[in-house]
Design a protein around this ligand. Structure first.
Ligand code: SF4
Length: 58
């Protein structure tokens, strides 16, 4: 059983997070850091196959 989501799916999720007002950003490059809705690091949230966006966006 795969634990990590497929690369295409991770990219799709990150694209959605990039345009989401709940995404907390940091630094000059405004890197996605954390989801304000659930408090999870976006890098982890988007990488795990079984994870779901807490706002139902993906
Ligand atoms: S996980 Fe959902 S609510 Fe959180 S930043 Fe991404 S799209 Fe927004």
């Amino acid at each position: 059983m795969a634990i990590r989501a497929k690369p295409g799916e991770v990219a799709r999720r990150k694209d959605v997070c990039r345009s989401c007002p709940n995404a907390e950003r940091a630094g000059k490059k405004q890197i996605l850091v954390r989801c304000r809705k659930c408090g999870c690091p976006i890098a982890f949230l988007t990488a795990f196959q079984g994870a779901k966006c807490p706002a139902g966006h993906w």
